[in-house]
Ligand binder design. Structure first.
Ligand SMILES: Nc1nc2c(c(=O)[nH]1)N[C@H]1C(S)=C(S)[C@@H](COP(=O)(O)OP(=O)(O)OC[C@H]3O[C@@H](n4cnc5c(=O)[nH]c(N)nc54)[C@H](O)[C@@H]3O)O[C@H]1N2
Ligand SMILES: Nc1nc2c(c(=O)[nH]1)N[C@H]1C(S)=C(S)[C@@H](COP(=O)(O)OP(=O)(O)OC[C@H]3O[C@@H](n4cnc5c(=O)[nH]c(N)nc54)[C@H](O)[C@@H]3O)O[C@H]1N2
Ligand code: SF4
Ligand SMILES: [Mo]
Length: 729
């Protein structure tokens, strides 16, 4: 009874009398699938389908996209603004004006008493780009706090930082079409078939046409690893060592692209010297991949006419995240594999619009990849918005992972959380809870009133979701795509865009800066700011209608461009925005700084995702069958390790780290090695009670995937009871 479905319902295929189809883009992962929403004659969304004419997904959707139309009326949606004086009191439903006034007054009170930066704003990768730009205007231009960041620090920050260090600018240089041209692919720390199923389908199709080697680097035998030609079960956190050892072999055997290196890179000598310390004979003992395999893979990669790397969280979420990205770029620069068809570094982005926030939200700088450190950029934006440039800080403030500790130390007193759920998604949630409790004032803006962070809030703003709104997303391959407004926001919930506009009216600069009433007008503003021959992120040739007609357009797409096709790749001309036009080869050294298994805590704790769930399950936990595939928090464990400790399949256990404990059900599988366990991070009060989250020094991204634990027996009846209690969906 405890495992599996509790309320069985017969499968009923609903009659689907669609009157109209509305164009949209999936709001989960960054693959960027085009979805058509089917509306009945009363205007209700009753079904969805993948858009057959979209280049990205060509009619396909994964399980999450197929069920996404059920979101609009799913359980737990927030429909009324609410406020309270203390976080343990009862909430009161109030009007939007009252909730906004109350929040604005608290922001001002805190800023006046403790300084502007004492109020923090933490956002997300899941709003529409026009909303990000508007939030940036509000935060940078009106509220004026420098402690403004997004959950992309938990996600893509290392990729951003690595791109900037290597190429001078953020932005993935490759695209999905590269699969059609490559002769060798290395995939680092990505479980593509589960986490980006439609990108995987594109890759699979390309490999069926033209067999090329796929090398998957992952400590687990993931689904992706099972489909690979070569699987490298790397020791956690040591990808940089493998890459340095590959470069050692490539230089030793003269396989590098000398012409490309000479014409288009800086710092080759230093890189060459550094990798001399990473002879595979030595490196194999650190990264766990034997010396012959390292040589074989290095030769395969360097000799391929075009070779590419993709990567996701196995690289980014590491104390060497930014360095790992730079080292992937080093490999590609040294083999002449940047900006050519099939030869590239392509970060697979996480959230649907993590790219949009990087481009336009002003989280780490100013709109359109401008920086706070650059005086000219500050002036340009101040002039465009009509405010004094002195209102802007002259360098970036804290990242999300530094904002939370600043609550602990007393520097930050108030916070606005927009579309993120740190009580479940940040490392060491026991500590995060204390920080949340310490806040003088917290406002939570989320589509779901039952989101865990709301337990600690003083004000709650019910947000509209997905196609209740209108605007753009940018996907992994820089493709800007459009969601048309299909339905009205549920109840009294409002688009995030509207909420930001209304909040702006409550600050003096909100009178000076223009806040357009329609997302499309905001897009026009962004186009103006994106224009310029020296700007890579140029969207000035796009319009909503063109985007919809093309089913998404890749940037750069400059004003006057004929047709509907943007640039598929960046840096094809070998010119990089670094100052002297050359890419930087970055010296990467391995520091052995992770918490590692020892006698007391003998297992590596790894964490990640499942295909049927998205993040903290505020959405997928409540719709269709998603929750029925994995109803119980579980842990993958190797059968040999379990046998030694006397655990059997489907037994509950307590997992303990130096931070806390979590009760999970054991799933015995050879997917993980005997010294590792893996727990999906979707469940509240689960894996992030255990994680350490050491930070990458450049990107401030947490190493969610490396720490150590021990495993203990628990009373089965008690554990089952606990599990029932926390199953709210
Ligand atoms: N179904 C579903 N899809 C999603 C999401 C979701 O929640 N659900 N979330 C989206 C988001 S925001 C993101 S960021 C992406 C994440 O997409 P992925 O990064 O593909 O997913 P994860 O499962 O987090 O991690 C990938 C792999 O990294 C491996 N790994 C751990 N440590 C190391 C290491 O040291 N080196 C290497 N090479 N690998 C390591 C893990 O074993 C794991 O299999 O997925 C996106 N897509
Ligand atoms: N242990 C471990 N922890 C991890 C990871 C891991 O691999 N392991 N991965 C990390 C990564 S890569 C990520 S990206 C983070 C994700 O962490 P979070 O961002 O905290 O997770 P989500 O559940 O996506 O939270 C998004 C919230 O936004 C709400 N929402 C959705 N759409 C809208 C909207 O349009 N408007 C508003 N206002 N709200 C909306 C949702 O209901 C949800 O509550 O987790 C990180 N945490
Ligand atoms: S692959 Fe990603 S974008 Fe496509 S339907 Fe699935 S979750 Fe949505
Ligand atoms: Mo992510």
């Amino acid at each position: 009874m405890l495992f599996g479905r509790t309320d069985r319902k017969p499968i009923v295929i609903p009659p689907k009398q669609v009157k109209e189809w509305k164009y949209s883009v999936c709001n989960y992962c960054s693959t960027g699938c085009s979805i058509e929403l089917g509306l009945d004659d009363k205007g209700a969304v009753i079904t969805s389908r993948g858009h057959a004419g979209a280049d990205v997904n060509r009619g396909k959707l994964c399980i999450k996209g197929l069920q996404e139309h059920e979101l609009f009326t799913s359980a737990g949606r927030g429909t009324e603004p609410m406020i309270r004086n203390r976080y343990q009191e009862e909430f009161q439903n109030v009007s939007w004006d009252a909730a906004l006034d109350y929040t604005a007054a608290n922001i001002k009170r805190i800023q006046q008493k403790y300084g502007r930066d004492s109020f923090a704003i933490v956002s997300t990768g899941q709003l529409l780009t026009e909303e990000f730009y508007t939030l940036g205007k509000l935060t940078r231009g009106c509220i004026g706090t420098n402690n403004y960041d997004g959950n992309t620090t938990l996600c893509m920050a290392s990729a951003v930082s690595g791109y900037k260090r290597s190429f001078g600018l953020d932005g993935p240089p490759g695209c999905y079409d590269d699969f059609e041209h490559t002769h060798c692919m290395m995939a680092f720390g990505s479980n593509l078939p589960e986490q980006h199923p439609v990108i995987y389908w594109r890759l699979k199709e390309a490999r069926e046409k033209r067999k090329f080697p796929l090398i998957v680097i992952d400590p687990r035998v993931t689904m992706f690893a099972q489909f690979a030609d070569i699987h490298l079960p790397i020791t956690p956190g040591t990808d940089v060592v493998l890459l340095n050892a590959m470069l050692y072999v490539i230089f030793r055997e003269n396989l590098q692209d000398k012409g490309y290196i000479a014409a288009h890179t800086n710092n080759y000598e230093e890189l060459y010297q550094n990798v001399q310390d990473y002879d595979p004979v030595k490196a194999q003992h650190i990264c766990g991949i034997d010396e012959d395999t390292i040589r074989q893979v290095a030769r395969l990669y360097a000799k391929a006419p075009a070779a590419m790397c993709i990567w996701t969280m196995g690289i980014n979420q590491s104390t060497h995240g930014s360095d790992g990205v730079c080292n992937i770029n080093n490999l590609n620069l040294c083999t002449g594999n940047i900006g050519k068809p099939g030869g590239t570094s392509l970060s697979i982005t996480g959230q649907c619009n993590a790219m949009g926030t990087r481009e336009w939200s002003s989280c780490s700088g100013l709109p359109g990849y401008r920086t706070l450190e650059n005086e000219q950029h500050r002036q340009e934006i101040a002039d465009f918005w009509g405010i004094d440039p002195e209102f802007f800080p002259k360098s970036r403030g804290l990242a999300q992972t530094d904002i939370f500790p600043a609550i602990e130390s007393g520097a930050i007193k108030g916070m606005w959380l927009v579309a993120t759920n740190p009580m479940t998604s940040m490392a060491n949630t026991g500590r995060i809870r204390k920080m949340m409790e310490k806040l003088d004032f917290l406002v939570v803006q989320d589509c779901y009133v039952d989101v865990e962070t709301n337990q600690f809030s003083h004000a709650y703003f019910p947000a509209a979701v997905w196609a209740e709104k209108e605007g753009c997303h940018t996907n992994t391959e820089r493709r800007v795509n459009l969601t048309r407004n299909a339905v009205k926001p549920l109840g009294n919930s409002k688009p995030d865009f509207w909420i930001f506009n209304e909040m702006a009216k409550r600050f003096p600069n909100g009178q000076k800066i223009r806040f357009p009433q329609k997302p499309e007008e905001v897009f026009e503003e962004m186009k103006v700011l994106s224009k310029g021959a020296d700007r890579t992120l140029d969207i000035s040739g796009m319009t909503y209608d063109k985007i919809e007609a093309a089913r998404g357009i890749q940037w750069p797409f400059r004003e006057g461009t004929e047709g509907l096709k943007g640039e598929p790749r960046l840096y094809g001309d070998g010119k990089f925005p670094t100052g002297n036009g050359r890419a930087n080869l970055i010296v990467v050294k391995f520091k052995d700084n992770n918490e590692k298994p020892d006698q007391e805590f003998p297992f590596w704790l790894n964490s990640g995702r499942l295909v049927e769930h998205f993040h903290t399950r505020t959405r997928t936990g409540k719709i269709a069958n998603g929750n029925k595939f994995s109803p119980t928090p579980f842990m993958e464990m190797n059968p040999d390790a379990a046998k030694k400790l006397g655990f059997v399949h489907q037994q509950y256990v307590r997992v303990v780290s130096k931070r806390g404990d979590a009760v999970v059900m054991v799933q015995l599988t050879q997917r993980v090695p005997p010294n590792m366990v893996f727990i999906p991070f979707h469940y509240h009060d689960c894996v992030n009670r255990l994680t350490l989250g050491l930070l990458d020094p450049y990107s401030r991204q947490p190493a969610f995937k490396q720490c150590c634990v021990k495993i203990e027996h628990v009373d089965q009846t008690e554990a089952a009871q606990l599990n029932l209690e926390r199953r709210k969906y």
